[in-house]
Design a protein around this ligand. Structure first.
Ligand code: GDG
Length: 461
């Protein structure tokens, strides 16, 4: 890549420090490889005054440039439009979307502010890579301010079908905004299909072949770039003393038990109540699992200010209590529910101790936990991945046991099959999955996106 890489995302992390989430890890990797500028919100909300105070800090080869938001902007742009409109709708949850509260102007205002501030930092040969739903209109704002550099966009969450998108009052404006980019990257082929159907039916776009579309007097390229993990880094993390220690402790504590593992942000898209109900059905339908099968569910706190998140937390706590009350014994509790963030270096040990991983979102852009679980397994005696067909990763991870998380009985049956799976089959499936996540890892993701951005034909005008 010829020019400097400029990454823009809502939050900015320090690439030298371990990050908790998928986006931060992947973006940190991209920047650490080439150096460049990482631009976004500082994470700071100022109670009084205007948004836009800038901070700059150097982290190795990467410059971190961030800006503060005032309370009104943060509420409308982040908590409001991003997380109470776009997040639920893009995860097919129209019932949870709040279209009425007037967040839209705040979303536009903050995107314009980001563009204005970023313009002062850009150099002529920069290549700009914008991430995720918070910043869909950023390229349009940059273009309006005179930016002519190449700009790519990657959406980390799913793109829903046209009729669901059409429920957003500003859907045309949002989708038109995507045509200000030179390249739009999506997680899965299903998302690309939704993009293609939307722009054809709603915007009369002409497909030009080779992933190019023309509409709104502009041309954009849209393609799937399924995000991956750094398999070697994650496997190495599993060899650290702390990871081994966890694995040993869990092995000792659960020598006679079968461990099932779930690790998710406590988000309604992750299907956690459905998962617990399937686990309850497993215990009820297959009593040989009593006093044996134990589910460790880590549910990391997230977006706690929003009602929908408080509701899901209450529901989950209630269900865990019910299952433990109904099935638990003095020496065995079926559900261990942990509502905290674990240190990243502890995760591989936890995954490795699991006989089965339950990754059963109702909808998910990709889901990196599924890939981390595979990377952390002992190839000689690997655990089994039970994966929702509604996770973007299900397109790649065909050798997992794919389930419909809404079907409690069938999910319980698949978990039972996973628990009973013979070693030979476990090895074969794991080998195939490991090969796939190695081929399409996070380096492949970055390189193929940036190469496609470099090659994307510049639109006239
Ligand atoms: C979005 C999209 C897409 C989880 N709990 C802890 C913890 N984690 C880490 C996991 C994993 C990451 O957070 C979660 O990534 P996911 O991909 O599973 O899900 P989202 O956070 O919803 O991410 C998703 C992703 O963006 C990337 O494009 O795959 O579909 O929704 O890395 O390990 N990390 C630590 N402690 C925890 O308790 N340290």
């Amino acid at each position: 890549m010829a020019g400097r890489l400029v990454v823009v995302s809502n939050r900015v992390g320090d690439p030298r420090k371990p990050a908790a989430g998928g986006l931060a890890v992947a973006v940190g990797e991209a920047l650490a490889a080439s150096g460049g500028l990482w631009f976004g919100w500082s994470g700071k909300v100022v109670e009084q005054g205007d948004s836009g105070a800038m901070h700059s800090q150097q982290s190795g080869k990467v410059t971190l440039a961030t800006l503060d938001l005032n309370a009104a902007d943060h509420e409308a742009y982040y908590e409001g439009y991003s997380n109470r409109v776009l997040w639920p709708v893009f995860h097919y949850r129209l019932d949870l979307a709040d279209f009425e509260a007037g967040f839209f102007e705040g979303y536009q205002r903050v995107n314009r502010l980001f563009a204005r501030k970023l313009m002062t930092l850009l150099r002529p040969n920069d290549v700009i890579w914008v991430h995720d739903y918070h910043l869909i209109p950023l390229a349009a704002e940059l273009r309006a301010a005179g930016c002519t550099q190449r700009i790519g966009f990657f959406l980390h969450i799913p793109l829903p079908p046209p009729l669901i998108l059409a429920a957003i009052p500003a859907h045309e404006w949002l989708m038109r905004s995507l045509f200000a980019y030179d390249l739009v990257g999506l997680q899965s082929e299903a998302d690309v299909e939704h993009f293609s159907r939307y722009v054809k039916s709603e915007a009369g776009a002409e497909p030009l072949g080779d992933d190019h579309y023309r509409a709104f007097d502009r041309q954009v390229r849209a393609r799937a770039f399924p995000i991956g993990i750094d398999v070697n880094e994650f496997a190495a993390l599993g060899e650290t003393a702390e990871s081994m220690e966890i694995r040993k402790t869990l092995h000792e504590q659960y020598a006679k038990r079968q461990l099932l593992i779930g690790v998710d942000r406590l988000d309604y898209s992750k299907g956690l109540p459905q998962r617990l109900r399937a686990f309850r059905r497993l215990l009820a339908n297959y009593p040989e699992n009593l006093k044996s099968a134990t589910l460790i569910q880590v549910a990391t706190p997230t977006r706690e200010g929003l009602n929908a998140y408080a509701d899901i937390r209450r529901e989950l706590e209630g269900l865990s209590g019910e299952i433990n009350g109904e099935f638990g014994e003095l020496d065995w509790m079926p559900v261990r529910y942990i509502h905290r963030t674990l240190a990243r270096r502890r995760l591989p040990g936890l995954y490795r101790a699991g006989r089965v991983a339950l990754v059963t979102p109702l909808r998910d852009g990709m889901n990196l936990v599924a890939k981390e679980f595979i990377a952390a397994q002992d190839p000689e005696d690997p655990g089994v991945l039970v994966l929702s067909r509604f996770a973007g990763s299900a397109e790649q991870l065909r050798e997992a046991l794919l389930v419909n998380p809404y079907d409690t009985g069938a999910t319980a049956e698949a978990v039972q099959r996973a628990l009973r799976m013979p070693l030979g089959e476990r090895r074969e499936r794991h080998q195939a999955l490991l090969t796939r996540i190695r081929e399409q890892d996070v380096h492949w993701w970055r390189i193929s996106f940036l190469r496609a951005l470099e090659e994307a034909e510049r639109a006239p005008g």
